[in-house]
Design a binder for this molecule. Structure first.
Ligand code: 5GP
Length: 121
């Protein structure tokens, strides 16, 4: 899948859509999810043009990968959920219902969550 420069997170990175910046460095930008699913729900995105976690893992430079995941850990600590625990999720492709085709990690926390691997009823 080719990267679409018109996706909503590309527009946020270019400053065309306003958001509240939680954290930013040369590798990553973090901002609140517009439709939070937990008391803490922050999205962390790389600055580079990557469609998904699969694309990022396969094609980003080691510096970008390290910088991005360091930013995710930093944001979780900054949000105060490092000790209480949190969940990181990234949806990849249609079966996961990935909605925005720019790689992003969801950081979810601030309350007790059900076990993600529990079988559905
Ligand atoms: P996905 O399903 O692709 O993993 O998640 C995309 C996430 O982006 C969703 O949780 C959705 O609420 C969030 N989102 C969609 N549009 C916007 C937006 O314009 N601003 C922000 N802050 N979040 C958005």
């Amino acid at each position: 899948m080719n990267y679409d420069d018109k996706n909503i997170f590309a527009k946020i990175l270019r400053g065309e859509i306003p958001t509240k910046t939680v954290y930013e460095d040369e590798y990553a930008l973090a901002f609140p999810d517009i439709n939070p699913q937990a008391p803490v729900h922050i999205l962390v995105i790389p600055k580079g043009r990557y469609v998904s976690a699969a694309d990022f893992g396969a094609t980003a430079s080691p510096e970008e990968i390290t910088g991005f995941y360091r930013a995710v850990s930093h944001v979780a600590k900054q949000l105060g959920v490092e000790d209480s625990g949190y969940r990181i999720i990234c949806n990849i492709g249609p079966d996961s219902q990935q909605m925005v085709p720019h790689f992003h990690v969801h950081i979810l926390g601030g309350h007790k969550m059900g076990h993600v691997l529990a079988p559905s009823d």
